[in-house]
Write a protein that binds this ligand. Structure first.
Ligand code: 13P
Length: 256
């Protein structure tokens, strides 16, 4: 269960989905749900829709944080197709995903690339959401903890001061888009390892850092995650594309 100082963050990663019209509709639905929820809410639209979604969110009264799905590890220059962290900030983003598993495993970003993006994000005044997660092969080889702590260490090394913002997302690669979520027990174990690693260098950050779970989270299984210790929110892919499902998740309140 989240401590009172860690307000759950319910985040929708739209990936490469939806028309501009869809994006506006989803943004309005997210804003309406957020207005009635005690949880923090963020959406990560495709880059071309960021400014329009920011406009829709503002028109709907705010209350939803806008984020980018990725940023480049360089600040600017001849990097065709890439998006700079400073551009995301200027487009109205306050957060950015760093090292999402699709960036790592489809686009080949290595730990050093992810770290570079995270550093540029901090320079641009964005809060990075550092995504970590093991493949099925790595899990079956007993390497889960080693992999996610290696990925975490690469990101932590970029923090410039204790004040730099950071959120962590544990997204086991085998659970993403497969309908086969991790169990809350598996998530809790990974989250505890991640928090303990942060505590090795900064106990105060460890107490406040939000660690999200991602991977086939939906309205039916989300309660199981948010009830276990060290899970402070969700990073949602598929279910965030269904406004009714996302609204249900945004509105979640723990039993009791
Ligand atoms: P799914 O919820 O579709 O499994 O995606 C999770 C994810 O990758 C969120 O970033």
């Amino acid at each position: 269960m989240s401590t009172p100082t860690r307000t759950p963050l319910i985040a929708g990663n739209w990936k490469m989905n939806g028309s501009l019209g869809d994006a506006r509709t989803w943004a309005e639905a997210a804003a309406a749900a957020a207005a009635a929820s005690a949880n923090d809410v963020a959406v990560f639209p495709p880059a071309p829709w960021l400014m329009a979604v920011g406009g829709s969110l503002a028109d709907a009264g705010g209350g939803v944080t806008l984020g980018g799905q990725a940023c480049a590890w360089e600040a600017a220059g001849a990097f065709t197709g890439a998006v700079a962290a400073s551009m995301l900030a200027e487009a109205g983003c306050r957060m950015v995903l760093c090292g999402h598993s699709e960036r790592r495993h489809v686009f080949g970003e290595r730990d050093a690339d992810v770290a570079g993006g995270l550093a540029r994000a901090l320079e641009a005044g964005l809060e990075p959401i550092l995504c970590v997660g093991e493949t099925l092969e790595e899990r079956e080889a007993g390497q889960t903890e080693a992999v996610i702590l290696r990925q975490l260490d690469a990101g932590l090394a970029c923090l410039r001061s204790a004040e730099d913002p950071l959120t962590i997302a544990y997204e086991p690669v085998w659970a993403i888009g497969t309908g086969k979520a991790a169990t809350p027990v598996e998530a809790a174990a990974a989250h505890a390892s991640l928090r303990a690693r942060v505590a090795e260098t900064d106990a105060e950050r460890a107490a406040r850092v939000r660690i999200l779970y991602g991977g086939s989270a939906n309205p039916d299984n989300m309660g199981g995650f948010l009830e276990v210790s060290d899970v402070d929110g969700l990073l949602i892919g598929g279910a965030s594309l269904d406004p009714a499902k996302f609204a249900a998740m945004v509105g979640y309140t723990p039993a009791g």
